[in-house]
Design a protein around this ligand. Structure first.
Ligand code: CA
Length: 456
């Protein structure tokens, strides 16, 4: 049997080789032709438009390339071991026009020479859920379906882009002084609608995208986007003018965090600050305490001002795993941090001759607590003033509670121990043997059993 099978296999190879090698020959044998292969696909599926277009044009080489591109970039991939470039969660490119939010207007290059466009907001369709006209991140010109537009490999030219409306006129590009914030264009002096230069969109099918992210973001005061576009031929190319209105700078998750701060003054000594952060997922929490002093230092989760000859303050955070603390003073990069307003300005004890700076603000030590954690989370601090010449040792920690509310253990100077229970009137808060239905209850826990000191 084996020799016969080998012979059959050999014959098959020969037929295929002959069929493929001689164009025009009748192709025989069990061979899947390009035509059969593409006929087996449902080319009406979304995303396969380029493939279908290539086949309609009889260009199977391009159809294969488009199909490969489709498999590499399709947003609805379900995996199954396939490898795709780039991170999975990256923002879909403009090629996948299914998941961005904004406004769009389509135009067809059916003219030659310069043509003026005056697109009002009503000329744009709303795509998904844009932030709104008060937040336009960028404007793009994109060529749709480059596969169907390969015949229009001519350059396009843009000039005199502007926004007009009750808010006045904003110049978005005349290209006399250069490109400004435009990407995907190059300045040229061959053609210009006004002045000497325009922005050339070189070989639009190849580059596909022209973008300006440096424009004014609030378009509420304007109602018309004006521009001139020059095309050397009426190519029939379809172009989308896209106004992206998606808030990427401020992720959706950050909008859903609520901070409830409770501030309890336990007379006559100290304050208890409770930050309850509500939300979902992992967030980076930052708590700042601006100290009206010159110098401060850190010891574990405790920060304190250390100015001589004046009263000072100590900030003690309840320790939490991964809680970081640092002191910023007069920082200007990466962001302005560690200043208090001008009316609080005064010369430092270190340099009493210093005059108030131009900006009037005074650099002060600012205690910054940072914690990356899963919400909900609770952070607790004790603030305590220290009389002149005294260095007071204070720490605190969270105690477990039953039901809603907060219990904080505070270790005061001279070995005094306190437990502060914080809740809502009429709602029971309990922590071990301690409990209260009032808003605040303070227990002395220095002895063998807790003793109620005061209730509010
Ligand atoms: Ca110009």
């Amino acid at each position: 049997m084996r020799p016969i099978l080998a012979l059959l296999a050999y014959a098959l190879v020969a037929v295929i080789a002959r069929g493929a090698g001689l164009p025009g020959d009748q192709i025989r044998g069990p061979r899947l032709t390009d035509r059969d292969f593409f006929a087996a696909l449902d080319l009406t599926r979304p995303g396969l438009e380029q493939v279908a277009a290539a086949i309609a044009a009889g260009d199977y080489a391009r159809a294969k390339a488009e199909l490969l591109a489709y498999y590499r970039t399709r947003p609805d991939s379900t995996g199954h071991g396939e490898r795709r470039p780039g991170p999975r969660n990256e923002k879909p490119s403009l090629a996948a026009l299914t998941s961005w939010n904004g406004f769009a207007h389509a135009l067809t290059v059916d003219w030659t020479g310069w043509k003026r466009f005056q697109l009002t907001k009503r000329d744009f369709i709303t795509v998904h859920r844009p932030m709104g006209w008060d937040f336009i991140r960028y404007v793009t010109f994109t060529l749709d379906d480059p596969g169907q537009n390969t015949h229009c490999d001519a350059d396009l030219y843009l000039d005199d882009l502007r926004l007009t409306g009750p808010g006045g006129t904003v110049d978005l590009g005349g290209f006399e002084e250069g490109l400004g914030a435009w990407e995907g264009l190059e300045t040229n002096a061959d053609r210009a609608h006004s002045g000497q230069r325009s922005g050339r969109w070189v070989n639009s099918p190849a580059s596909r995208l022209v973008r300006n992210a440096g424009l004014i973001h609030d378009w509420t005061g304007y109602d018309t986007l004006e521009f001139w576009m020059d095309s050397p031929a009426a190519t029939g190319a379809r172009i989308s003018v896209v106004l992206d209105s998606e808030d990427l700078e401020f992720p959706e998750t950050a909008q859903d965090v609520l901070d409830h701060r409770e501030l309890v003054f336990v007379k006559p000594d100290y304050f208890v600050v409770v930050d309850k952060l509500e939300g979902e997922g992992v967030h980076e929490i930052e708590s700042l305490f601006h100290l009206n002093h010159e110098e401060a230092e850190i010891e574990g989760p405790v920060a304190r001002s250390v100015d001589p000859g004046v009263s000072n303050v100590v900030v003690a955070a309840a320790p939490v795993e991964a809680l970081r603390v640092r002191i910023a003073k007069g920082e200007t990069t990466p962001e302005v941090q560690g200043f208090i307003p001008s009316e609080r300005w005064r010369a430092s004890w270190r340099s009493p001759q210093t005059r108030s700076p131009e900006h009037g603000k005074r650099a002060v030590p600012t205690v910054i607590y940072t914690l990356r954690t899963t919400l909900p989370a609770k952070l607790v601090y004790v603030l305590m003033p220290c009389p002149v010449g005294k260095r007071l040792e204070v720490t605190c920690r969270l105690l477990p509670v039953e039901g809603p509310g907060t219990a904080v253990h505070v270790s005061l100077p001279a070995g005094q121990q306190r437990a502060v229970l914080i809740g809502k009137p009429g709602q029971h808060v309990s922590c071990g043997a301690m409990g209260t239905q009032r808003q605040v209850a303070v227990f002395d826990t220095s002895g063998p059993s807790p003793r109620l000191v005061s209730e509010l």
